[in-house]
Design a protein around this ligand. Structure first.
Ligand SMILES: Cc1cc2nc3c(=O)[nH]c(=O)nc-3n(C[C@H](O)[C@H](O)[C@H](O)COP(=O)(O)OP(=O)(O)OC[C@H]3O[C@@H](n4cnc5c(N)ncnc54)[C@H](O)[C@@H]3O)c2cc1C
Length: 235
């Protein structure tokens, strides 16, 4: 079946931090954009005579309107440069939604989200979905980035923590500055510390392929079956 081609207009962008940009779009033809929190789109990129597609996770929960958001890692490569060149009102083409990385049913009694960098995008969507549509439950967010200013959506996660005492926000920095008093190191260390012997755990992992594979191996070694670990590799 040919996937449906959508057109969307860029509403605005904002610098989420030095390494990432956040984009807000709306479907050009109005109607609601239906997707499951955690899924991705395939963005069509036209650069001169070159036409190719790149996957980007939808960074927001599904809503009853035509809007959706993306969060892009800034690199010096072509796709990144093309997206950075867009300005408000520009039109994009994409197909989707795609993907099986989404909240599973039944939801686990205890949820753990593990992300590095822009791997937080689909996880932010799932956390918004949980916040809006489900009863609060014990939830861990273990988020690994390089430095403090790289902690994407920090205010939203702090707000969630204020509203749900069972939401544990665990940012950990691989290269902290001198003023950082929080956790240091990789997500793997925090997983070992906080997620040992958690009965009923359901885990969701997203980031670079090597990190995802490491974390899957680690969770396996801690006794968690592959069936309780969902993941997306941002290749
Ligand atoms: C399911 C899924 C979801 C994703 N979600 C996100 C997301 O939410 N946010 C995000 O930031 N990323 C996401 N990604 C990753 C994203 O799709 C790609 O990593 C992104 O397109 C890379 O963009 P880029 O501009 O760095 O590289 P691209 O221009 O796409 O280049 C990709 C690779 O090709 C090489 N390359 C580029 N140009 C050339 C050239 N002229 N000659 C030779 N080699 C070249 C580069 O070195 C690079 O390694 C996702 C990926 C997947 C699979």
């Amino acid at each position: 079946m040919t996937p449906t081609l959508h057109h969307a207009l860029l509403r605005r962008t904002w610098g989420a931090n030095r390494r990432a940009v956040h984009f807000e779009f709306e479907l050009a033809n109005g109607g609601a954009f239906q997707f499951h929190s955690g899924q991705f789109i395939s963005l069509h990129i036209q650069q001169g005579s070159k036409h190719y597609a790149r996957a980007y996770s939808i960074a927001t929960a599904s809503r009853a309107d035509n809007r959706f958001e993306l969060c892009m890692n800034i690199t010096s490569n072509d796709a990144s440069a093309w997206l950075l060149g867009l300005t408000a009102g520009d039109q994009i083409e994409f197909t989707g939604p795609y993907g099986i990385f989404r909240l599973r049913r039944p939801l686990g009694r205890l949820l753990a989200f593990i992300a590095t960098g822009t791997g937080i995008a689909p996880i932010r969507a799932m956390l918004q979905d949980l916040d809006r549509n489900h009863k609060p439950r014990e939830t861990w967010l273990i988020f690994g980035v390089r430095e403090e200013s790289d902690i994407l959506y920090i205010d939203e996660f702090k707000d969630l923590k204020r509203r749900n005492p069972n939401f544990h926000f665990v940012p950990t920095l691989s290269h902290p500055g001198p003023g950082w008093t929080g956790l240091q190191g990789h997500v793997q260390e925090q997983i070992q510390k906080h997620l040992a012997r958690k009965e009923g755990l359901q885990a969701y992992v997203c980031g670079k392929p090597e990190m995802v594979e490491d974390v899957r191996r680690l969770l396996r070694s801690m006794g968690y079956g592959d069936e309780v670990v969902g993941y997306e590799k941002l290749e």
